[in-house]
Ligand binder design. Structure first.
Ligand code: SF4
Length: 86
């Protein structure tokens, strides 16, 4: 039995699970992409799955906001320095 990469194994399993070549519902990729079984553990990893951003923690959001504020203050300081220059 050939060994498959995890990605190819998932693709093969999804194809086995869902693909109906005579159903008239599109190609294997189209059918697997349209899979609605969100409870399936492979759903996020199925071929053609849209990338879903992971939710950020409160600490990550706070760090992002602090970084944004730091960037704004640096830009304001740079503008002030260029306006004061002759
Ligand atoms: S993600 Fe959908 S197509 Fe793939 S194994 Fe799960 S139920 Fe089947």
């Amino acid at each position: 039995m050939p060994t498959l990469s995890p990605k190819r194994a998932i693709a093969a399993f999804c194809r086995f699970c869902l693909y109906d070549p005579k159903g008239g519902c599109g190609t294997a990729l189209e059918q697997i992409r349209a899979c609605t079984a969100r409870d399936c553990p492979l759903w996020l990893h199925r071929p053609g799955a849209a990338r879903v951003p992971r939710p950020r923690t409160a600490a990550q959001l706070a760090a992002q906001a602090a970084g944004r504020e730091r960037l704004v203050s640096m830009r304001q300081a740079a503008r002030g320095a260029s306006a004061a220059a002759p």
